[in-house]
Design a protein around this ligand. Structure first.
Ligand code: TLP
Length: 340
């Protein structure tokens, strides 16, 4: 059976044109710093983010973890929103790799209130851990793809700078925010000390993410990428796909956001569906089903040809991407409604 696969935008496969770019990639040994495609990608991302340097990494998780490692020292505290990817889906890596303690702040659709952050920042007593880093996630995965309001980012950034705290933005899907808000990566990054984003999600590349920051930060991240086994030799094969994605697949993300909004509007008319349309900002829809176990619902939909995944602990998640056409979204809605 050919499924309509809405589990994640990570399921996208490289297009023919992207595969041609991969085929023609110029490569070299990146551990010697000699891969021209990787160097081009890193220079381009440094420029796009307005940061001094960028580092190509295999995954979004590695980008986040290198950021935590490079900003902190053992025993520090790192603040993040309670549903953040860095806290929930990265196998306790901040504890394992950086020996830091995560402080989680429950937010609303991923948005932390500045007052709640302020309350959790430590004073300088010797017996307290030091609050070293605040991690933001934009768009926010478990927040249903929500875009962090720019004023919220600005006030957190100002507070952090005034108090000597660093800010990292997990911008795995930052371009899904850009196509909605018109706020560039450079502007988002200007409020943060580091930003990472992924090529392997809505941008359609097979693998790869990037971490951007100042020279000292990236020098540290580069060393730790090697320690973690992320020195990838002829990785221009992957960087060429990422370059292709940046040149061709950014603006089309608006279509994915629009597909999500259409889907959300349609299913919100089903009485058993609990869904706040105001939270659907980008390419994800998180919803609850009343009167049915989530696992039963997922199985039933799979039998009918539509794949969803789990969102938060109770919600179902649908993610829209380039490998699901508008016609398939219309079909998914019909199948969805037929179940109720
Ligand atoms: N998210 C995946 C799963 O891990 C949940 C998905 O299907 O959405 N930051 C954010 C905000 C992410 O959503 C993800 C992946 C990552 C980081 C990690 O990226 P990878 O999978 O490349 O390590």
């Amino acid at each position: 059976m050919k499924y309509i696969d809405l589990r994640s935008d990570t399921v996208t496969k490289p297009s023919k044109a992207m595969r041609d770019a991969i085929l023609n990639a110029e490569v070299g040994d990146d551990v010697f710093g000699e891969d021209p495609s990787v160097n081009r990608l890193q220079d381009k991302c440094a420029e796009l983010s307005g940061k001094e340097k960028a580092l190509f990494v295999p995954t979004g998780c590695m980008g986040n973890q290198l950021a935590v490692k490079s900003h902190t020292i053992q025993g520090d505290e790192v603040i993040c929103e309670a549903e953040a990817h860095i806290f929930n889906y990265e196998t306790s890596a901040p504890a394992i790799i950086s020996n830091v303690q995560m402080v989680t702040i429950p937010g609303r659709n991923g948005v932390m209130r500045i007052e709640d952050i302020q309350k959790r920042v430590r004073t300088k007593e010797y017996y307290f851990p030091a609050t070293r880093l605040i991690c933001l996630e934009n768009t926010h995965n478990r927040g249903g793809g929500a875009i962090l309001p720019i004023d919220n980012i600005k006030e957190i950034s100002k507070f952090a700078r005034d108090n000597g705290i660093k800010v990292h933005m997990d911008g795995a899907r930052i371009f899904n925010a850009f196509v909605e808000t018109g706020i560039t990566l450079k502007e988002y990054a200007s409020y943060c000390d580091s930003v990472s984003f992924c090529f392997s999600k809505g941008l359609g590349a097979p693998a790869g993410s990037i971490l951007c920051g100042d020279t000292d930060f990236i020098t540290c991240a580069h060393k730790w990428r090697k320690i973690l086994g992320g020195g990838m030799r002829q990785s221009g094969i992957l960087a060429s796909a990422a370059l292709y994605a940046l040149d061709n697949n950014v603006n089309r993300l608006k279509e994915d956001n629009d597909k999500a909004k259409y889907f959300a509007r349609e299913i919100s008319s089903v009485p058993a569906v609990k869904l706040d349309l105001d939270t659907v900002h980008t390419n994800m829809v998180l919803f609850e089903i009343e009167g049915m176990q989530r696992s039963d619902f997922l199985t039933m939909m799979k039998q009918k040809g539509v794949l969803f995944s789990a969102g938060t602990t109770t919600s179902v998640r649908a993610v829209f991407h380039m490998d699901v056409s508008m016609n398939e979204v219309v079909d998914a809605v019909k199948i969805f409604k037929s179940v109720f």
